[in-house]
Design a protein around this ligand. Structure first.
Ligand code: SAJ
Length: 400
């Protein structure tokens, strides 16, 4: 059986792993990417993002000729739109990349093609891309299948989760849902959950809003505990011994391009009924400012405080700095504190704004050690190097 040709628009954190997995299953992938450096890196067999085992799969795909990155789309049987959907400054969904990605495939679409939107999107977006296609082509409604299959992978575990996670699949009509499910059946071992496009869009956003609300609860506890003089980590450990309680971990704030963004899509679409989600966002957004205030208080007694900031990534053991509360905190410390601020991020080589130090350099004669990300190397710092220093551990690295 010949497999359909697939054109993937956007070879980022979702598009590239999906392309790599599909090529390993025998599909021929025409990847489309706007960033020339990423095209060059992929075509030389190297992933331009850090994700365990991705390099190996990209290299295999390129070597077998089944994976190639290009600046423009081409004709195919299946088109997957995997572009970013950030938020605007006034916290509304920014759909310009979805629109541009859809417009870019219009000249190549033929009757019978399947267009899949994987990008996390507000309710109604899959219908919107169908409208864009029918406005920009001579195709008639019904000639193309459109579906939303939201990605639900966890950065750091993407390759496994692309295959193993259950997938929600929602078409703009039943035929689209079925066509899309037939495709995912060929490489997903998780269950396929069929619904409408709007419900699929809303379900994905709901998952991330649920996590945001739960993290907000943990972050609120950390503020409350500081006020009450209680150790928040011990408190959560004890409360979690109840069979029906499972409190998440406080941190310096909530980062990433998903959890810190997606709840706003729901708030923007249904502002009258989303008070809890809106408040959770406020709690989580406030947390980095609260951390900065704590550091300033502890630094007051030093004339020229030496502060080692450990971690910039938005979560442990990845190189992804998007919406990272650690970055926000370090930026604020630079602005608000007169002192020597050293920054350590073992998973990147350089940063456009901060000069990076090694862990050893940063902590050697530091007055304050501010732990911002629970990266593995930070858990192994020998105790004697920390003696007599002020430790501000925002993410529980020092907990046993
Ligand atoms: N965080 C905490 N405390 C916790 C857990 C997380 O402060 O107990 C923080 C992290 O440090 C990070 C942020 O929350 O800053 C988000 O991290 P995460 O690991 O919860 O999630 P993401 O953003 O990496 O990936 C999420 C996942 N969604 C859910 O778990 C419901 C993933 O499955 C989605 O595919 C992804 O969003 C996405 O692309 O939408």
């Amino acid at each position: 059986m010949t497999l359909p040709n697939v054109c993937i628009v956007g070879l980022g954190y979702i598009g590239l792993p999906t392309a790599a997995v599909l090529s390993s299953r025998g599909y021929t992938i025409h990847g489309v990417e706007v960033n020339p450096a990423a095209i060059q890196s992929i075509n030389s067999g190297k992933a331009h993002i850090v994700e365990p085992d991705l390099d190996m799969l990209v290299q295999a795909g390129v070597q077998t000729g089944r994976l190639k990155a290009h600046p423009k789309p081409t004709e195919a049987d299946i088109f997957m739109v995997c572009v970013p959907t950030p938020i605007t400054d006034d916290l509304k969904p920014e759909l310009k990349y979805v629109k541009a990605g859809t417009e870019s495939i219009c000249p190549y679409l033929k009757p019978g093609n399947l267009v899949i939107l994987e990008s996390t999107s507000p309710p109604g977006t899959t219908e919107m891309i169908a409208d864009i296609v029918y406005k920009n082509t001579k195709l008639k409604p019904g000639e193309i299948f459109f579906a939303h299959a939201p990605e639900r992978v966890l950065p750091g575990k993407i390759l496994r989760e692309v295959i193993e996670n259950d997938r929600i699949i929602g078409g703009i009509d039943d035929a689209s849902t079925q066509r899309c499910a037939e495709f995912y059946k060929t490489f997903v071992t998780g269950e396929l959950l069929l619904t409408s496009a709007r419900t699929a869009e809303t379900a994905k956003l709901t998952e991330n809003a649920f996590r945001d609300v739960n993290i907000a609860f943990a972050n609120e506890l950390s503020l409350m505990c500081e006020e009450l003089g209680i150790d928040v980590w011990e408190l959560i450990r004890l409360a979690n011994r109840h069979p029906r309680v499972n409190i998440l971990s406080p941190g310096p704030g909530v980062g990433g391009h998903c959890i810190a963004v997606d709840p706003y899509f729901l708030v923007a679409c249904a502002p009258k009924s989303t008070h809890l989600m809106k408040t959770a966002r406020e709690v989580n957004r406030h947390k980095p400012h609260w951390v900065v205030e704590r550091v300033k208080m502890r630094a007051e007694r030093f004339k020229n405080p030496r502060i080692a900031c450990l971690g910039l990534a938005y979560k442990p053991d990845i190189d992804d700095l998007r919406e990272s509360p650690a970055v926000e905190i370090v930026e604020e410390l630079h602005k608000q504190i007169q002192g020597d601020i050293r920054v350590v991020e073992p998973y990147i080589h350089s940063h456009p704004k901060f000069k990076l130090a090694t862990l050893e350099q940063a902590i050697a004669d530091a007055d304050i050690i501010l732990i911002l990300v629970a990266h593995r190397p930070f858990k192994k710092i020998p105790q004697h190097l920390l003696a007599e220093k002020i430790i501000i551990d925002t993410c529980g690295v020092m907990q046993k």
